[in-house]
Each structure stands twice: as C-alpha cells, then as structure tokens.
Design a protein around this ligand. Structure first.
Ligand code: KG4
Ligand code: ZN
Length: 335
C-alpha cells in the first residue's frame, strides 16, 4: 500500500510517500522558521498561508523523487490535530480534495501518534510494548504503548510542555526562536556546577511534570545576574546549561519511574525535544541500569515531518480505517 502523508499542524509543511512493502520512498519538508523568527514565535495566519503555497510543490517533489504517479497512491493521511486550526485545515482540505479527485480513502491522523511512531522509520525499530516519552512544543507525556492505537497515558505536564519551556526560557534570556536548539547550543559552553535549577515534581510520587516554574527561575536568575552587572554571554550559557540539565534530569527521573512501574525495558523518545543530545545521553545512561534500550528517530524525524504521518496513516489504513469526506480538524485532541 502506497500512502501519501501531509503534515501542516504548525510551522513545518511536510509531505512524504510511505510504501508498506518498501518503506519510506520520499520525504520533503519546508520549514517556516525564517518566516516566524522576526516575531519570536509562530504567527498562525502566516503559517496557514505558507502551507497553502508549499503543499502542492512539495507533493510534486515527492512524486518525482519516488518516481511515482498520482495513480499509484492508495490512500492519503493528513494531520487532523492537535495544532493550529487554520494550518490543520490547509492539510485536511488538500488531502480530502485529492482523495476525492483520485477516488482513494483519506484518513486524519493524530499528530502525537505520528511523533510516537516516527522511530519505526529507523533501521532498528523498537518492538511493542514500550514506554514512550513524547516531548514536543505542545506536549510532554509518558505513554505505555502496547501496539498501534493501544496507548495508555501514564503522566503528562500539568502546565508548559518541555519544548514550550525551552522556547519561553530562550526568549526570556534574549535568545532566538525556536529556543530548544539555541539553549542546547549555548549549554555546550556553560560552566558545569555554577548554577543549579530545581527538578520540578521529582520529590513526590507520580509521573506528571511541571515546567512552567523553571522559566520563571531562569528569568529571576537572569535578572539577578544582570543587576549584579554579570549579564555577559557566559552567564547566558550558564543559565542555558542549568536549565537544560534540570529538564533532562527531571525527564530522566520520570522515565525511570515509568519503566519501574510498568516493568518494561524499552523506552522510545519522540517529538522535537527528543533531538536533544544531552537528553539522549542521560536516558541511555539510565537505561544501562535496566539493561534496556532507548529508541529515537533521526533528528529530521524528531521535529514535525510528513514521513511520520504517512507511516502512522499507512498502519491505520491497512487496518481498514478511513474517514468520510468531511474536513474535520481539532485544535485540542487527546490521543
Ligand atoms: O515536535 P515539534 O517539532 O513540534 C511540536 O509538535 O510541538 O517540537 C518543537 C519543539 C520546540 O519547542 C523546540 O524548541 C524543541 O522542540 N526542540 C528542542 C531541540 N530541537 C527542537 N528542544 C531541545 N533541544 C533540541 N535540540
Ligand atoms: Zn510536533
């Protein structure tokens, strides 16, 4: 089965072709980061308009790269939520129009299911069951995964998502958007041990997270250092390192708890923050104790992309699922 995947939930237009027999045939991505950078965050209306411009050229690009024709496509998967409504509607309308014109099924996919299954596109995919840590700009969740569509939420953030905390903290200390990669870059030059930030909600049982206090802690530290005349580049690097270490250690502690609680050995990390090298190293070290393994996607498939939607959609279409012709999207949508 050859499936076309369309991702337009936020600031990346992703289009991909996934074949159930041959794997991923082509994947094209256009990032709108430069468009939104001057505003310090995603401007929803600009995002929608840009998806309109990019979708069809990217579709032509993947067909050419895979050497396939529209007639070869058996189904279309698109991100139906959660995300920015206008942006989601662009992908949904395009998918439903093409499905109608080509006489094939269309299926709306949950964006976080796409992220969750992205490591399946790698050469050594994880086997079910596993614990998944979903860490993106909009979500921080621990999920027990027993198979496609068999997800049990174990814990989640009660306020900001981890990626959101990276982005907001970066903005507060004068770094660019998106903040995650910027903080990770500066943290490399940070002085270990100079500053220590709290590990929120690790001193009580449970698998929920809270990251909003960390950005306030970072802001207070930055303001204190500035009033002491210590607001140079090194201080920014030290705050970046302390913040990153706090998030990484907090996530690691909760993942360890989730593995203990479920008795599972394998951990999947997915979503934009799973591209963070320090997080990957910390989790690999922790899993050494469990004789378990950590799985993640290549960096391009950690952040938003069409390949993960094509893959997730293909699994569901193979299981006989499909949607009617209605163009329905959901800004908020529990998985
Ligand atoms: O999954 P994603 O592309 O979009 C959402 O579904 O939200 O995740 C984007 C988030 C942003 O908050 C970004 O700052 C963060 O992932 N991110 C990172 C890194 N790369 C992206 N955070 C920490 N370290 C990174 N290397
Ligand atoms: Zn995402």
């Amino acid at each position: 089965m050859l499936v076309l995947g369309l991702e337009t939930s936020c600031d990346e237009t992703g289009v991909a072709l996934y074949d159930s027999e041959r794997g991923l045939l082509a994947d094209a991505l256009f990032s709108q980061i430069d468009l939104h950078r001057v505003y310090g965050g995603v401007v929803p209306e600009l995002a929608s308009r840009d998806h309109v411009k990019r979708l069809l050229p990217l579709l032509r690009e993947v067909l050419e790269e895979a050497d396939r024709k529209p007639e070869d496509i058996d189904g279309i998967a698109y991100t139906a939520g959660p995300g920015l409504v206008g942006a989601l509607l662009v992908g949904a309308s395009c998918a439903q129009a093409l499905a109608f014109a080509w006489g094939i099924p269309a299926l709306g996919v949950h964006h976080m299911e796409g992220h969750l299954l992205a490591p399946m596109l790698e050469e050594q995919p994880p086997e079910f069951p596993f614990v998944a840590l979903l860490v993106s700009g909009g979500h921080t969740q621990l999920v027990r995964v027993d198979g496609i569509g068999r997800y049990q939420l174990l814990g989640e953030s009660v306020d900001d998502a981890a990626g959101e905390a990276f982005d907001k903290t970066a903005k507060l200390i004068g770094l660019g958007y998106p903040g995650g990669p910027e903080i990770a870059r500066l943290a490399q030059s940070g002085t270990p041990g100079r500053l220590t930030f709290p590990r929120p909600m690790t001193d009580r049982p449970g698998l929920d997270f809270s990251f909003s206090g960390l950005k306030t802690f970072a802001l207070n530290t930055w303001q204190q250092r500035r009033s002491a005349g210590d607001d140079g580049e090194q201080t920014r690097c030290d705050i970046a390192l302390a913040f990153e270490q706090a998030v990484v250690e907090t996530l690691t502690i909760k993942c360890k708890r989730a593995l203990k609680q479920t008795g599972l050995k394998n951990l999947v990390i997915a979503g934009g923050v799973s591209a963070n090298q320090s997080l990957r190293q910390s989790l690999a070290k922790m899993l050494g104790e469990f004789k378990g393994e950590v799985f993640y996607a290549r960096p391009r498939f950690c952040t938003d992309n069409g390949a993960m939607i094509a893959y997730a959609g293909c699994q569901r279409l193979l299981a006989g699922q499909q949607d009617g012709p209605a163009i329905g999207v959901q800004a908020r949508w529990p998985m």
